[in-house]
Design a binder for this molecule. Sequence first.
Ligand code: AMP
Length: 515
Amino acid sequence: MSAASDRTNSNLFAALRAAFPNDLGSIAIETDSGLFYTWRDLDRASAMMANLLRSLGLPEGARVASQVEKSVEALVLYLATVRAGYVFVPLNTAYQSAEIEYFIGDAEPSVVVCSAANFGWVSKLAFKAGTRHVFTLNDDRTGSLLERAAHHSDAHEIAHVSEAALASIIYTSGTTGRSKGAMLTHGNLLSNAQVLKRFWGWKKGDVLIHALPIFHAHGLFVASHGALLSGSKMIWMGRFDPKLAVARMPDATVFMGVPTLYVRMLAEAGLNKQAVRNMRLFISGSAPLLIETFSAWQDRTGHTILERYGMSETVMLTSNPYEAKDGERRGGTVGFALPGVGVRVCGDDGAKLPAGQIGAIEVKGPNVFCGYWRMPEKTRDEFTADGWFKTGDVGRFDERGYLTIVGRTKDLIISGGYNVYPAEIEGYINDMPGVDESALVGVPHPDFGEVGVAVVIPRSGSRIDGDQIVAQLKSQLANFKIPKRCFVVDVLPRNAMGKVQKNILRDQHRELFQP
Ligand code: AMP
């Protein structure tokens, strides 16, 4: 972190800052509450906050943890932390005290930032864990963080760091066991942002509708870096509102969302070809995009959603093609490995499998994280001897190199010794009339070890029957793949990124076949 001006600075913020437009007085961010931030505002505000952090005399590699509502100032806190050479730890706003206690105890942040409403209990936990500074930041531009930063200079020399220096720790959603902190370096984040900038054709003049939360890699890294690294404006939504998103579409060129955001926008009457006339790219990821959504979007808007695949530990790994010359965007697939990223599908013996065969997805590249925070054994377990990261996802390549994800390793059901891939059975159920969506989970069974249980949501106004669904599957699939029970419910449990929480479904039905 020493100032050595003769060395290139690998600080991610230096690259973002270099991409700001020459006209620093132009608008960088426009919010849904009618605020406008220029590029100069972002530069100055992050400098002041970086100076505040520096003034605290934090140790090298200090963590700055933040659990605050989405706001431009919350983004500035991230930029300031990276700019000052510290490590940003974003925390999901849904986390309650037991979870926050775990994350603060694990990350041992020197600085914690929370909302004024949570200051009482968060500061108590933080001080108990040895944190020295707790600031508040609210989504209406108030709080002690901004008050303190206001006393600092708006000039700041970006900290010199190496590519290998930590920039952020992202806690995985961790549906089983302890949540792990994925350590991402400046090199990881910048290399991925640069690859995506080229691959997705980001350019000055693009306008991104930023509708995702910023406590997750998707909204914080993929979306924000995309816009910042190309000097493009963002339309900033504190919370996703489908009506507002559709209303702002004519002013935008790029939209990034999780599948549920697309489903919700499709329910808006205002979504049509006219509304998207200036858009050039719709990107989806973080959870599987149903083929129905992919097709409905094409019909309504004339645009083909580009689906991509990534994870907290690796940022982005694969993408459907952007340019038509590279191929079509194929629904139900997550496209090809991104340039510079190695992706392979391996069998149980670790050998690489040919196209068409299902196996474990392993990855390698400059974007792959450097390990789990303070979990060296776990880190060793998750990498192969030749340095590939085991994603925990199961998938297959087709002959043309498109990757399809069929589920998580831990969601795989082994019934009577046979592998059942949930995505395959879910696909059949989703195709049945009256079905909106489904999830298949494995639960313990005295004879088969595990069996599948389907949980199905009907289309609005449709009546469906679980036993009939099972009966129909019997005429379509091998017996070992047939769910033993099928429940019809109103909603599936989802996390903030729209992922179905299969662990909750498994827990609900765990006892079904117990004697
Ligand atoms: P997270 O670390 O919270 O971003 O979760 C990463 C996981 O989300 C991956 O390991 C995949 O299981 C899943 N995921 C991300 N993108 C997709 C996608 N396009 N289709 C299916 N699953 C996805």
